[in-house]
Design a protein around this ligand. Sequence first.
Ligand SMILES: C[S@@+](CC[C@H](N)C(=O)[O-])C[C@H]1O[C@@H](n2cnc3c(N)ncnc32)[C@H](O)[C@@H]1O
Length: 210
Amino acid sequence: MTNRKEIHTRVLNATSKEELATVYGEWAEQYDKDLIDEMGYVAPAFASQVLLEYVEDQSAKILDAGCGTGLVGANLHQKGYRNLEGFDYSAQMLARAKDKGIYSRLHQGDLTGKLDLPENSYDAIISVGTFTCGHVGPEAFAELIRITKPGGHLCFTVRDQAWEEDNYRIAMDKIEKSGAWHRLEEKTTDYIQQEESSCNVCIYQKTANI
Ligand SMILES: C[S@@+](CC[C@H](N)C(=O)[O-])C[C@H]1O[C@@H](n2cnc3c(N)ncnc32)[C@H](O)[C@@H]1O
């Protein structure tokens, strides 16, 4: 039995990928119960809702980047979306995602590096809870854009604390100026209600002609 407050603090303060993967490995079994039942983690439901306002085709091929145990996939699956793939660094989190039986493929890898996935291959990317302190930063956008189909959508949350620290606005505007994507919507919503944290839910569209 893990102490959820302690393990969440360790997640937010991990200083290396290896340390972060170890902590998620320990948390995987109890993650859903702690975050959903006890802590009020509402970001997966909010972000899924935002994505689905733009992606109406239930056969859309969607990558859940940093899928963890599959909370986002479960939301999408419940709404009838069936062409779902997951990507995560942690083998134990991926094992829990596999148990849910909602992803057609699961990939293990590092979102901060080159992704072993073909370009222009997903109708949409969704990433919730992964652009956050000590996890993944704006450097991951380039690869996520590469694997998205022209005209496809990218929807992600950025935790409030990380937004300023990691200069998301500057990084995202720089990509927009380059012509690779354009912003459709951005809204601030609750993230984890028990800790009164918030996040920005952002949705971008990859430019159709690149
Ligand atoms: C807070 S969890 C979010 C999981 C899920 N999206 C959700 O909302 O419940 C963050 C996830 O990001 C994964 N992660 C962290 N750094 C990563 C990286 N560099 N590459 C791939 N996944 C990473 C972790 O293993 C963990 O499963």
